[in-house]
Design a protein around this ligand. Structure first.
Ligand code: ZN
Ligand code: ZN
Length: 364
């Protein structure tokens, strides 16, 4: 029997979200129905709603950073089971694409999703953001996208593991492979950048430089483990970073903004042979121009990282456990908890830089 759910839906690019009812068919083979407990409001949802990534795909069911409880499973599902608390993942390796077959499921090119079984009341099929959709009372995902976590841990904090926190921590641990005793600079200290800082701290970096233009964001960054703060409004951040690292630059830089200017700064604040990891999602049309010789002469590695190169089945339980042990601070990332009706306010607060994450809470 189809159920009726309620969610934040983006019908046309740039328009405010509408909170409305939609229907969800029974889960099909290898699919699970999840009752959402908490969902983080990520920048990507705003970008989708705003038409930043194009006008295709509307209407969208927003949200892709959620935790909930499995309410029903389709045929063939062995894991998770009804009643399990789960964090939703937007990458679920298929096991049979060229990357999965080569033993690199974290780069899976055919990530598993549920069939599109969610419809607004006029019958139009909903597109869940990143194949999940979490700004809603219920959603339907592939079983491989629902990763169990211990039910006693708080859903608001667990939800954040599903996107921003994993993206940042994984960028430090896996994409950059930060080594103990090294130096790191992080451009952009929102929820993702602060998670890079935590990942670098957990990996044993001894100099962690937070770069932002907002003093409030820099103060937060300190709570997550930044050892030095650089306000880019106070002068060229590359020069400021060099001054903090004996004139050399850092071993690892991370760009979590998505603009050409910060890409360039992240590239050139490195020491010789340093690693630069690009995380920030760029806009559609901004060109990048680089002095090629300077780039060449620095050597090193430049790489793009999506989702922290993670493997959710391996990494979500690890991050949940680090949270339980007090090693990973997720409480400070949850800046506000709100209701579904306050989704637009959360976007506005995010755009004003007031929050690391607003988290939409649903009735337990
Ligand atoms: Zn695959
Ligand atoms: Zn996200």
């Amino acid at each position: 029997m189809p159920i009726t759910a309620r969610g934040a839906i983006a019908r046309t690019p740039g328009a405010p979200v509408s909170i409305e009812e939609f229907t969800i068919d029974d889960p099909g083979p290898n699919e699970v129905l999840v009752r959402i407990l908490a969902s983080g409001v990520c920048h990507t949802d705003f970008g989708v709603k705003d038409g930043h990534y194009g006008s295709e795909g509307f209407p969208f069911l927003l949200g892709h950073e959620g935790a909930g409880v499995v309410e029903a499973v389709g045929p063939g599902v062995q894991r998770p089971q009804v009643g399990d608390h789960v964090i939703l993942a937007w990458r679920a390796p298929c096991g049979s694409c060229r990357f999965c077959l080569a033993g690199k499921p974290n780069f899976c090119s055919a990530s598993l999703n549920a069939e599109k079984r969610m419809r607004i009341l006029d019958g139009e099929v909903l597109n869940p953001v990143l194949g999940i959709g979490t700004f809603c009372t219920h959603t339907l995902v592939h079983a491989g996208q629902a990763i169990p976590y211990p039910a006693e841990l708080p859903p608001a904090q667990m939800a954040l593991i599903g996107c921003g926190v994993m993206t940042g921590v994984g960028a430090a641990l896996y994409a950059a492979d930060v080594q103990p005793g090294t130096s790191v600079a992080v451009f952009g200290c929102g929820g993702v950048g602060d998670s890079v800082i935590q990942g670098a701290r957990l990996a044993g970096a001894t100099t962690i430089i937070a770069v932002d233009v907002d003093p409030r964001k820099l103060e937060w960054a300190k709570e997550f483990g930044a050892t030095h703060l650089v306000n880019a409004r106070d002068g060229d951040p590359v020069e400021q970073i060099k001054a903090l690292t004996g004139g050399n630059g850092v071993n690892y830089s991370f760009e979590a903004v998505g603009s050409a200017k910060t890409w360039e700064q992240a590239l050139f604040c490195r020491d010789l042979a340093g690693t630069c990891v690009i995380i920030g999602v760029p806009g559609q049309s901004e060109p990048l121009q680089l002095p090629m010789q300077r780039f060449f002469d620095l050597g090193g590695i430049v790489r793009v990282s999506w989702y922290g190169d993670c493997l959710p089945t391996r990494d979500f339980p690890m991050l949940a456990e680090w949270y339980r042990q007090g090693q990973l601070n997720l409480d400070t990332v949850v800046t506000r908890t709100i209701t579904l009706e306050e989704t637009e306010d959360a976007f506005a607060a995010m755009n004003r830089g007031e929050t690391l994450r607003s988290v939409i809470m649903f009735e337990a």
